[in-house]
Ligand binder design. Structure first.
Ligand code: NAD
Ligand code: ZN
Length: 361
């Protein structure tokens, strides 16, 4: 088992551990007791994950709320169901709310924990690759509003994160690849992450492709640890996304538009992200902020993992641009793009003109 401590300097050195290893779910009870004083435990999960892994969290003092599966249920209505259940159980602030599921469950359970009695102890047990490398780290919790994704939410840090690599075996191929879309983004920004040590994550991904694609536990532990270290270094420097944290959105300005224009039905988030990353690399090549050689190396990495790099359809550019401008990452009318600039490095740009932004679509 590996353990990584995530520090949030803005909060007087508040830190919490991320445990990473094979079959950690079997010891879930010990982890929960170590990090909370919970007398009662509410486990938030969904109808897909519960039959697979609910059994590991059946304790005398635990109860489950099993939600319908899907991003469409990530809304206020479901949030109220979670808080209703917490109230019925008469949970105290020192009891625990546990998220057992992917990013949808983690975001909702975390938001519920942040508002229930003004903040109740919260533990993340992420069960998708995306959740283990991305959404369970950093404390962003939210639900969607009909007028926008993740529009209602908070910054709320967990007491601990327990990432069990064994659960990734039951993910279908598409969901696994979706997580890989987010994994690969870290390789292109390692030099911005200030983790104080070199992971050579790009090389790690190039050299361990076979093991990663066959979901080898040892390799996955290493991979998850590196991703969490890189993300937490960024979050530590900028918890509330006032600057640096925006780099984690590499490819996302395009990705959000792709998801939106296809009504969130044709592409998973990670698929849209890998297409979005290819688009920013096309842009970077055009603006000469990367060499042809590094461009080829990066696009080959995406391709070698079997990730989508082209949209399956052609969209009206004007419509696409307007949707991009509707993205949250617009500050005072300027479209923010995270642009690769040199090896393993990106920059935040808000001065790229429309013609160039649209050239890769
Ligand atoms: N908070 C953040 O910083 C952050 C970052 C990135 C994404 N997100 C959010 O995360 C969500 C996407 O997360 P996701 O990709 O994990 O999607 P998800 O939670 O919908 O999970 C994907 C699918 O996999 C199933 N599943 C989960 N674990 C499984 C397992 N071990 N075996 C088999 N099936 C399993 C789920 O039931 C679901 O059908 C979005 O709502 C996004 O907004 C949040
Ligand atoms: Zn993302």
């Amino acid at each position: 088992m590996d353990k990584l401590d995530v520090k949030i300097s803005a909060k007087n050195e508040y830190s919490y551990p991320i445990y990473i290893g094979e079959n950690l779910l079997k010891s879930a009870r010990e982890f929960i007791l170590k990090h909370t004083k919970a007398k009662k435990i509410l486990i938030v999960t969904n109808e897909t994950v519960y039959p697979l892994y609910g059994k590991f969290l059946c304790f005398d003092n635990s109860e489950f709320i099993v939600l319908a599966d899907g991003e469409i249920y990530k809304n206020m209505e479901t949030l109220i169901k979670i808080t209703d259940k917490a109230l019925e159980m008469k949970l105290e602030r020192t009891d625990a709310i546990i998220a057992l599921g992917g990013g949808v469950i983690g975001d909702m359970a975390g938001f519920a924990a942040s508002i229930y009695r003004r903040g109740t102890d919260f533990i993340q047990i992420p069960t998708t690759l995306l959740a283990q490398v991305d959404s369970s780290v950093g404390g962003k919790v939210a639900v969607n509003h009909r007028l926008g994704k993740n529009m209602l939410g908070a910054f709320y840090q967990p007491k601990a994160v327990i990432s069990d690599t064994a659960v990734l075996k039951t993910l279908d191929e598409r969901q696994y690849k979706t997580g890989l879309g987010e994994v690969l983004k870290y390789a292109f920004m390692e030099n911005n992450c200030g983790a104080g040590e070199k992971y050579n994550f790009l090389e790690f991904l190039e050299n361990n492709r076979e093991n990663i694609l066959k979901r080898d536990d040892k390799t996955l532990c290493e991979l998850i640890k590196i991703c969490c270290s890189l993300k937490s270094a960024v979050v530590n420097a900028d918890e509330k996304e006032q600057g640096l944290r925006a780099i984690l959105n590499l490819g996302h300005t395009y990705a959000h538009a792709i998801e939106n224009i296809t009504d969130y039905k044709k592409y998973t988030h990670g698929e849209a992200v890998s297409i979005g990353i290819k688009m920013v690399f096309d842009l970077a090549l055009k603006l000469s902020t990367v060499t042809k050689e590094y461009y080829e190396r990066s696009v080959n990495l995406l391709r070698s993992y079997g990730l989508l790099i082209e949209m399956r359809e052609v969209f009206d550019k004007e419509l696409f641009y307007n949707i991009m401008r509707g993205d949250k990452k617009v500050t005072e009318g300027r479209l923010k793009i995270i642009l690769p600039n040199g090896e393993k490095s990106v920059e935040i740009r808000d001065n790229i003109d429309k013609k160039n932004i649209l050239s890769g679509i």
